[in-house]
Structure formats: structure tokens, C-alpha cells
Design a protein around this ligand. Structure first.
Ligand SMILES: Nc1ncnc2c1ncn2[C@@H]1O[C@H](COP(=O)(O)OP(=O)(O)OP(=O)(O)O)[C@@H](O)[C@H]1O
Length: 325
């Protein structure tokens, strides 16, 4: 199982009677950009805190980079860069001075190379121009990038980022996303939590969906796309016959949305939209069209549509997502 950067089994955290995280089995492949998606309060931050050894699990196990946490905290954490709830920067110190302080607190960081490390981390996140500026005068996006620079002071195999674009304006958001992509391009595994579906869709190779403390789905983004229901849509002035043909193909048609002039050949025809769910092993679209035509259905429009990721997540969590990019 060494190909997993993060693996948990039955990981659970209870606060009193409430299970904030309820027996989750995470599997984060090495090299993945894993989007940990869920509405507010679904248990993402608590999970991340357990992974990093910031809070003890009530039950279950967590392995990070192959070693059990928190037992191997001392050897695992130096290999992990983390951004959790924004680090507390001293507002009156410059960005560079803040990073030097954090670097000095890391006993694995050689003091002789500190200046170079800090300069290169700031450069990496695009803050080279603002090294002397006080952190208190940074924009929110700059502060977040300083937080990421802090996570990058040492070479990391895994980055764990808790809502890294939260509160950022569109420009800051774009910058942080571009950074995450560049880490991924270098082969760093990234575990990033988000309540933004569009963000996960744009950034991630894998996704895990949390709902009320449970991991309700997990897999590649592509698997998610495919797991949503597909529907066939037929625009026709002959909805009755179209329904009969689709039913004959074993497809379950949706209730008619609109009444329409049906099957009256010669009568002024009104197009109706007939839709049906494509099940597990549907006939190919061309066979559906052929069957419709053979069944005397005048096909004026035809489409096969897959449920959007948003519809899929709503199905899974019973909650709407904030879809703003
Ligand atoms: N220290 C704590 N004591 C009691 N309850 C807590 C504590 N920390 C978290 N919780 C509860 O656990 C649940 C999960 O919270 P968590 O912060 O992990 O969710 P989240 O998905 O990260 O949400 P958000 O995006 O709002 O941070 C919430 O109901 C929260 O109130």
C-alpha cells in the first residue's frame, strides 16, 4: 500500500456525542491532487487535523507517507507541508522575517541555508517583490501565499491545504490555484480541502466527498463524472410514440413535462421534449435514434446528457454546493 500518500481506516473523531468524523477510509494515491470536498461542518478540517497529528483520533488509524500517525509524527511531519487555518504571522514583521522565524523553529532546517530557503520559498509563491513589506500590509491573497511559502520552506512530498482559497478575491484565487497546479506538475501529492465544487473540478485528479462526517464517495474525478446518471433527450412532435419506443428499449422515461399535440400527423405539430434515464447498459445513441425513426417518431432534436458534477454531489450529500469558481 506504499503507493498511497494518505490512507485511513475507520478514522473517527467524536466531540461528546457528535461524530465530527465518522469512520472514514481515505485513499490518496501518490502524485494525486486530491480534492477533499464537503459542505461547511462536514468534518474536513477535523480530518486534516487528525492526519497532521494536531488532534487525536477517537478511533481508527491514519497512515501518512507510509507511516502511522501520530506515532511517527517526528519523521512524517518534516516531509509534509501544511496550511491549516492560516498560520499566525506577526503583522509588524516583513514576510521574509516571518518565514525566518518559522524556519528557525524547525529543528530540521539548517540555519546556514535559512536565507536562501526563505528567498526561494517567497520567489516560488510570487512574493519576491514583497519580501520586505510588513505581513500586516499584505492582501489576503498575499497572506495565503505566505502561508504556502511557509509550507514550502523544506522540500515536501505531500502538501495538505485546508481551504487555501477561502476568502480570496478572484485574482488571489487564480494565483493559489496556479501554484497548486505547479506543485502537482512536479509530482508533489496535494491534499486540498474545499467547499467549492468548481475548484475541485478545475484542480483535482481525485475527489473524496464528505457529508455529515462520512466519506460518501471517493475516486478519480473521471469516475465521478461517469457515475452520474445520463439522460437521453428527444425533441419531437410525437412524444407518445417516442415514449413507447424508449420504453421498448428498456429505458425509463420521465413524466411528461408539457402537454402537447400528440401523434396527430398533419395537425400543427408542437415539439415536446421526451427524456429518459439511461441505465447501466444502455443502447448506443445511434441505435436509439434508429429505433425512434423506425417507430415513426419525427426526431427534431436528440441529445445524451450526463448529470453535471454538481447534480452528482447534491445527490450524494443532499446539500447544494457553492458553485462559484
Ligand atoms: N473542538 C471541537 N469541539 C466540538 N465540536 C467540534 C470541534 N471541532 C469541530 N467540531 C464540530 O465538528 C463538525 C465538523 O467540523 P469541521 O471543522 O471538521 O468541518 P469542516 O468540514 O472543516 O467545515 P468548515 O469548512 O466549516 O471548516 C462541526 O459540527 C463542528 O462544529
Amino acid at each position: 500500500m506504499s503507493d498511497l500518500a494518505i490512507r485511513t481506516e475507520g478514522l473517527t473523531k467524536r466531540f461528546g456525542a457528535q461524530a465530527a468524523v465518522d469512520g472514514i477510509d481515505l485513499a490518496v494515491p501518490q502524485g494525486a491532487v486530491y480534492g477533499f470536498l464537503g459542505p461547511n461542518g462536514s468534518g474536513k478540517t477535523t480530518t486534516i487535523r487528525m492526519l497532521l497529528g494536531l488532534v487525536r483520533a477517537t478511533d481508527g488509524t491514519a497512515h501518512v507517507l507510509g507511516d502511522e500517525m501520530p506515532r511517527h509524527l517526528d519523521t512524517v511531519l518534516p516531509r509534509v507541508g501544511a496550511l491549516v487555518e492560516g498560520p499566525a504571522f506577526a503583522p509588524f514583521l516583513s514576510g521574509a522575517a516571518n518565514l525566518r522565524r518559522f524556519d528557525a523553529a524547525d529543528r530540521h532546517a539548517a540555519p546556514a541555508t535559512r536565507g536562501a530557503r526563505v528567498a526561494s520559498a517567497l520567489d516560488r509563491v510570487g512574493l519576491a517583490h514583497a519580501t520586505r513589506k510588513k505581513a500586516g500590509a499584505y492582501s489576503l491573497g498575499m497572506k495565503q501565499r505566505l502561508g504556502i511559502a511557509n509550507a514550502l520552506l523544506m522540500p515536501r512530498e505531500l502538501l495538505v491545504l485546508d481551504e487555501p482559497t477561502n476568502g480570496l478575491d478572484p485574482q488571489g484565487t487564480r494565483e493559489v490555484r496556479a501554484l497548486i497546479r505547479s506543485f502537482a506538475a512536479e509530482g508533489t501529492t496535494v491534499f486540498v480541502s474545499s467547499h467549492l465544487l468548481a475548484e475541485v473540478e478545475q484542480l483535482c485528479t481525485h475527489v473524496g466527498v464528505m457529508s455529515a462526517g462520512r466519506l460518501v464517495a471517493q475516486g478519480t474525478l473521471e469516475e465521478f463524472r461517469r457515475s452520474g446518471e445520463s439522460r437521453v433527450e428527444v425533441l419531437t412532435p410525437d412524444p407518445g410514440r417516442a415514449r413507447a419506443v424508449l420504453a421498448g428499449l428498456g429505458l425509463v422515461t420521465d413524466a411528461a413535462a408539457t402537454a402537447s399535440a400528440d401523434d396527430g400527423r398533419g395537425a400543427p405539430s408542437v415539439d415536446a421534449l421526451v427524456t429518459a434515464v439511461l441505465g447501466d447498459d444502455p443502447p448506443p445513441p445511434d441505435a436509439i435514434v434508429a429505433a425512434l425513426v423506425a417507430g415513426d417518431v419525427r426526431v427534431r432534436g436528440f441529445a445524451v446528457r450526463r448529470a453535471s458534477l454538481e447534480q452528482r454531489f447534491v445527490e450524494l450529500t443532499g446539500e447544494g454546493f457553492d458553485v462559484v469558481a
